[in-house]
Design a protein around this ligand. Structure first.
Ligand SMILES: Cc1cc2nc3c(=O)[nH]c(=O)nc-3n(C[C@H](O)[C@H](O)[C@H](O)COP(=O)(O)OP(=O)(O)OC[C@H]3O[C@@H](n4cnc5c(N)ncnc54)[C@H](O)[C@@H]3O)c2cc1C
Length: 423
């Protein structure tokens, strides 16, 4: 977004008002700080990175200086110790100003949230807990001290990222660590991350590949045998630079395990809301489409002539419909992120699917409606709306909880109890 456009957003309020949504004071302060950072630092840089499909490395350097790379690192390890819900609310504010940065940030933050607050909530033996607590500090120290960037390349182009099959990327146990081989597609932060948080299947020669043997390993980006290949020229989320990773005979020392053996599988089974973390970016984009429409119709969007269009009844009805959709989206999503926990009830899991589906589909529906309502001049590339539209289109495609998979599970699990079958 050009710098001149920023003023239009100066008066914006947080997406979730701290009083109305009963946010604890420290959380509200953290989220407000992130919002101001997004508006001041990310928004002016977003347009160029989107055009050029380049990774916004300076954004991440600045986020390190602000302590944002360590937002979910526990306090005792030097981080901000944000909870799942606080992180989601903060990430929505970043998504409002630069979708691609917020989505890439999510890949990084999950390496700390999943190994931090989420892992603390999981059952582990004393030996597992001791091993995990010792190892995770290695990663936290790199992030807090050096601003190291972690990414999360899980997707392989097969059924594994949807949770329907073991990962094809495999780790063979060897002396002192693992030998890893495989391929990951859509690896956001490719070429920029210092560590790739890879999911792979631990497998000895002759063993069957099993999902419960999933390992979560930090592959040093500079390790011999790690290569980033292919081009990157997508419709939206262009600044995530999600190219392909080839992993050939890469030795990964044991201490680079992000979770002990078996714990990732336990997390995916007992803490399903962990997959809701892709949605905050799109909650922010939904709000951004609405904000743009209000500023534009009021004739207050810098960079556009001060022409008011708000007096037409058709515009007022369109804005009313957008407002209804935005409020529905916010309310359901807020409820879902608030009830994230270990071993949620079936109702809570179904609500999480419904929230993910709603945010991902409504973000793009709102952006689409914003373009139709504001008109042709509003979709020119010097304004943010067309980028919001393209970025928001990507939300429904994000595995493992794509819009289709959410519908699939909602329908099936609403009609069947566990173990039930038809004759
Ligand atoms: C901008 C962007 C950034 C991304 N960044 C990352 C990243 O950092 N890390 C990462 O791991 N991935 C990332 N992804 C990848 C993303 O999560 C998907 O893996 C990717 O879009 C897969 O697309 P596909 O066409 O190969 O999916 P396919 O596997 O071909 O599936 C196509 C569709 O079929 C449906 N489907 C698939 N499997 C099932 C099933 N078992 N049951 C029912 N329906 C199913 C889904 O709705 C899916 O959308 C990113 C994607 C985008 C667009």
């Amino acid at each position: 977004m050009p710098a001149r456009e920023l003023d239009a957003y100066a008066a914006e309020a947080p997406i979730f008002d701290a009083t109305a949504f009963r946010l604890p004071k420290p959380d509200a302060a953290l989220i407000e700080g992130v919002r101001c950072f997004g508006r001041r630092v990310l928004a002016p840089r977003a347009e160029q990175h989107d055009r050029d499909a380049t990774f916004p490395l300076q954004n991440f350097r600045d986020m390190h200086a602000e302590g944002l790379l360590a937002i979910c690192v526990p306090r005792e390890a030097g981080g901000a110790g944000a909870s799942f819900a606080s992180y989601c609310l903060a990430a929505a504010e970043l998504g409002r100003y630069c979708g691609a940065t917020a989505l890439s940030w999510n890949m990084h933050v999950c390496s700390t949230l999943w190994t931090g607050a989420l892992a603390d909530d999981l059952k582990m033996s004393t030996a597992e807990r001791t091993e995990h607590n010792a190892r995770r500090h290695l990663h936290y120290a790199r992030i807090v001290g050096e601003g190291a960037l972690y990414s999360q390349p899980f997707s392989e182009g097969g059924a594994a990222a949807a949770g329907a099959a073991p990962f094809g990327t495999e780790a063979k146990p060897v002396d002192g660590g693992f030998l890893v081989n495989g391929k990951k597609i859509f690896a956001s932060l490719s070429g920029a991350a210092d560590y790739y948080g890879v999911l792979c299947t631990e497998r000895m020669q002759g063993d069957e590949a099993r999902r419960r043997n999933t390992l979560y390993l930090a592959l040093p980006a500079k390790a011999k045998g790690v290569n980033v290949v292919g081009d990157w020229d997508p419709l939206g989320m262009r600044a995530t630079v999600s190219r392909t990773l080839l992993i050939k005979d890469v030795f990964v020392p044991e201490e680079e395990m992000l979770m002990p053996r078996g714990v990732y599988f336990r997390a995916a089974t007992c803490w399903p809301h962990m997959f809701l973390t892709l949605s905050p970016t799109y909650m922010g984009l939904a709000q951004a489409a609405y904000d743009f429409t209000i500023a534009y119709l009021r004739g207050e969007l810098p960079g556009t002539p001060p022409v008011k269009r708000r007096m037409f009844p058709t515009k007022q009805i369109a804005v009313a419909e957008m407002r209804v959709m935005l409020e529905q989206t916010k309310t359901l999503w807020f409820q879902a992120i608030s009830e994230a926990r270990a071993n949620p009830s079936k109702e809570q899991v179904l609500r999480a699917y419904a929230a993910q589906f709603t945010v991902m589909e409504n973000a793009n529906a709102l952006a689409s409606k914003a373009i139709r309502t504001c008109g042709g001049q509003a979709m020119l590339k010097n304004l943010a709306l067309e980028r919001i539209y393209r970025d928001s289109r990507c939300g429904s495609l994000m595995l493992p909880w794509t819009a289709e998979i959410c519908l699939d599970r909602l329908g099936r699990d609403s009609l069947y109890e566990a173990g039930e079958q038809d004759d």
